[in-house]
Design a protein around this ligand. Structure first.
Ligand code: SPV
Ligand code: MG
Length: 291
């Protein structure tokens, strides 16, 4: 089944589904090998892994280059965090074209202004996009896709920017009517109250995606009870790798030796396995002349 169709099915499945964050080919592969049925290509973690801020400092074509590696390295569908679509409707629809060419299953765009800032940095000072302009962007994206199953998720940042339930619902409904395949409702609260209130009013109108980075203490049962379709674990591969790399660098720097660290690391064979080195060995037998 096509990656686009698989992502669409995940969004519409009876059960709650999960996307795991990845930011390069390796982390994508690790997520897939653990059993995740889909990947969130996070704007925050792709930019962080490139050593830049989550403010569109990495250009959209640089993000595409990362995605190409991720897509080649994995077989599960990838949903790109496409920020604001990198410009107006025209940039956003060109993005869709380029994503389809790279077998990316879908893209999520948020109703803020380019260049965006991460939702957890000075969030209440962040201006939101004009609703009509954002709806035009969604329509342009849906009109430009050539694969009917390509997924466009519209992300509502109203709670993040300090607006209330009414604004969030109004935006979500407008984006639904504009043709978005699902709505991502984001919250920066450490409890689930905003999401809870939203879900009750929303009443299963259209699939809802959430990112519980800040309200991580909420049990999964609660999201199921509220009727959430998809949960995104948005940055946890990157954050765990930071801890691991900091520990290892520190230890090697201080000890000037590898003796203590070796046993805590992935083996080189683990690395070769993740790179699918065996396949090349077999191909060499088949295609290189046997001396
Ligand atoms: C990301 O992973 O880049 C996101 C989610 O957009 S958040 O960081 O929560 O805004
Ligand atoms: Mg992001």
């Amino acid at each position: 089944m096509k990656k686009t169709t698989r992502l669409k099915h995940l969004i519409h499945s009876e059960e709650i589904e999960f996307l795991m964050e990845a930011h390069n080919g390796l982390s994508g592969k690790i997520a897939e090998n653990c059993g995740f049925k889909g990947i969130w290509a996070s704007g925050l973690t792709i930019s962080a892994s490139l050593g830049v801020r989550d403010n569109n400092e990495a250009s959209w074509t640089q993000v595409l280059d990362v995605l190409e590696f991720m897509s080649d390295a994995t077989s599960v569908p990838i949903l790109l965090d496409g920020d604001t679509g990198y410009g107006n409707f025209n940039n956003a629809r060109r993005l869709v074209k380029k994503l389809e060419q790279r077998s990316i299953a879908g893209v999520c765009i948020e109703d803020k202004l380019f260049p965006k800032t991460n939702s957890f940095i000075k969030s209440e000072m962040q201006p939101l996009a004009n609703i009509d302009e954002f709806c035009g962007k969604i329509k342009a994206m849906k009109d430009s896709q050539t694969d009917e199953d390509f997924v466009v998720v519209a992300r509502v940042e109203a709670f993040i920017a300090g607006w209330g339930l009414e604004e969030s619902l109004q935006r979500a409904e407008a984006y639904r009517q504009a043709g978005a395949d699902a709505i991502l409702i984001h919250s920066k609260r450490s409890d689930v109250t905003e999401i809870d209130a939203f879900m009750k009013e929303w009443a299963f109108r259209h699939p809802i995606v959430i990112v519980p980075t800040k309200y991580y203490k909420t049990p999964l049962d609660k999201f199921e009870e509220l009727g959430v379709s998809m949960v995104i674990w948005a940055n946890h591969n990157l954050r765990s790798s930071i801890v691991a790399m900091q520990q290892t660098s520190k230890q090697i720097f201080e000890q000037k030796s590898l003796i203590q660290v070796e046993e805590n690391l992935a083996t080189l064979d683990d690395v070769f396995h993740l790179q699918n080195a065996d396949e090349l060995k077999e191909a060499e037998k088949k295609y290189l002349p046997a001396n």
